[in-house]
Design a binder for this molecule. Sequence first.
Ligand code: C5P
Length: 312
Amino acid sequence: MSPSVPWSEPAHAKINLFLHVTGRRADGYHLLDSLAVFAGAHDLVEAAAPDDGPPPGASRAASPAGPHLVLDGPFAAPLRADADAGRDNLVLRAARWLAERSGRPNDATLRLEKHLPVASGIGGGSADAAAVLRLLRRRWGLSDGLSIEALAAASVVLGADVPVCVRQRPARMGGIGEQLEPAPEMPGCFMLLANPGVAVSTPAVFRAREEGFTPAAVLPARWPDADALAADLRATRNDLQPPAIALCPPIDTVLAAIAAQPGCLLSRMSGSGATCFGLFASAHDAATAAAAIGREGWWVWSGPMLRDADRS
Ligand code: C5P
């Protein structure tokens, strides 16, 4: 994060510790029961005042009317920021949606620093869009009339994962992902994230799912430690993991490599993949595992799982 830019928001990686597909709506969207948490790994969104000019370090995208978006960082290459990308780029759509909703000019100058792999099951575009919403809510002085909870609820029009990313705290996701309940009290634990570098299409994974539906999970009010969390998670699953592996076999290799690391309590895919996570009680074990797995040439990260308790 650049301390010199006061208007910045981290877009943390969202990890689905489990994801049960419990049904399907008439419009084709799937009903879910999922426990979402956030990892320390993050993209970064920054906003400048309109007369500050573009943020340093990147050229301004050719976009005649606001918002302006510049892209930077190791995973910026697959993304587009030109005017035509406005339909597809969720960051630009989020800025436009909030401007229209609040009746103000869409004059934001934004910079997205992309550190997380795209189309990888860890929030990605949804987390970036959510960070833009939180940032512009502050930047445009909307905080008094628009709570984070209200913003999260309304933001489902941008995508099923956007509300949980707006709140950016552990949550139990129901409905198509937009019905958020508090998560059980989470223990301190550490995560390893690994991605084999293959983008996976979320609609394709949902379409490839062949099994029936899985009941909602039964969870306690709190987990005292990482071992207790892992023990309960073993009774759950990610229903999108088998179809994602069928579409992208390297996911299975990543899962096996994570599971083989000393201290790994659970190895599972997040969201619709291809990013997989390992759960660890020890920061040292997670970091050692990340160093070992990084030798495969995959994108890896290790660090803490964020808890509500870490924020206040
Ligand atoms: O809402 P979002 O644009 O993130 O979803 C991408 C696609 O993933 C949807 O078009 C749909 O095919 C699938 N999806 C689903 N059920 C969900 C969430 C997403 O079928 N709960």
